[in-house]
Every structure is written in structure tokens, then in C-alpha cells.
Write a protein that binds this ligand. Sequence first.
Ligand code: VGL
Ligand code: ZN
Length: 198
Amino acid sequence: MQSGNEHPRQGDALLIIDMQRDFMPGGALPVPGADTLIQTINRWAAFFASHHWPVIATRDWHPCDHGSFAVNGGDWPVHCVQHSDGADFVYGLALPEDVVVIDKGVNPDSNGYSAFEHTGLEVRLKELGIRRLWVCGVATDYCVQASVLDALKQGLEVVLLSKAVKGVDVHEGDVDRALNRMKEAGACIVDDEVPDAQ
Ligand code: VGL
Ligand code: ZN
């Protein structure tokens, strides 16, 4: 783990993954501790916004017939159905007015874990001149991991905010394995706090 070596700069964006009600404790597919990230992520979002650097927030956004749902033969309970309350961003998440919202997992035949899968995110980032992503949200071992690995494949740099992600650990050790895989692929994993506003 590195800390303090990276500083957000022009050409960076904050990527907030799936901070939606269904992923919070008590939700349809709870990620333990996900609610404890809200204030931390709000501070990161405010910091990026104060510098006019883009803030991007993804939503898991499944149709009712999504193949990842157990009722349709998949691994997960029904969650984040398009336009349902559970698919809303969690109460208290403070996103800047000009946040870029990316809906993912729309194709019924794919898990759609990655923020880059059929979402147009790659093109949006090019248009915005983004070369590096600061990543936070849930779940470390699914959508965060898939998004980070895809970003790196596209030649983007990635800083993973280890204090601003939580995972599900369906199999014990999944979160640690995900962190190792992201690190080996070239992500910079840091335990940074939000810098003081300048
Ligand atoms: C996710 C499982 C199913 C995630 C989404 O956001 O990591 N995990 N759908
Ligand atoms: Zn999903």
C-alpha cells in the first residue's frame, strides 16, 4: 500500500462505483460497511468538484430479466432494477450538479460488472481529456475490480482509494485477491485521506 505519493491533478477524474441503496446494509444485495463510505466519498467528490475535475458515478441498472438474478439462473438476488427505489443512489450521497452518470449492467445477457462494458465511458473519458481515474465505491471484488482492470487495459492510470471501497467476500479472501490482482495489473492502491482543499 502506498500513501501520500499521489496527488489529484488536471486530467484526473473521480469514478464512484455503484453507491446505490440496494448495495447498502439492509438492501437487496448488501455490501458490509458500504454505508460507512458515504461521507468519505462525499469529501472526495467535493474535492474533485472544487477543482472542476470530473466526477463520474456509475449505477448498476438491470432490466427485470437480467441474467445475473437467481430467478433467471444467475448468482445474485434481484437488485438494482432500472427505475426501482433500490437502484437509486444512496440517501446522503452528495454528487456535484454536473456529475456524469453511467448506467451499466443493462444488457440482460451479461453480468455487466465493468463500468466500461457497453456504456460509452471510454469515449466520455477521451472527450473529457481524462488520463487517470481515482476509484471508490462497491463492490471491491466485483464491479470495482472489473472497472479497474478494464481502465488499465485501455491505458488509463488508476489510483484505488482503499479506504473508500468495500467488498462482499462471498468466498473468504476474495477482496484481498481482488486488491492483489488490481495491483499486479498496475493500479496504485493508496490509503489516502482527502487532501485539504486548496
Ligand atoms: C455488483 C454484484 C452484482 C457490484 C453488481 O456493484 O459490484 N456486484 N451486481
Ligand atoms: Zn448487478
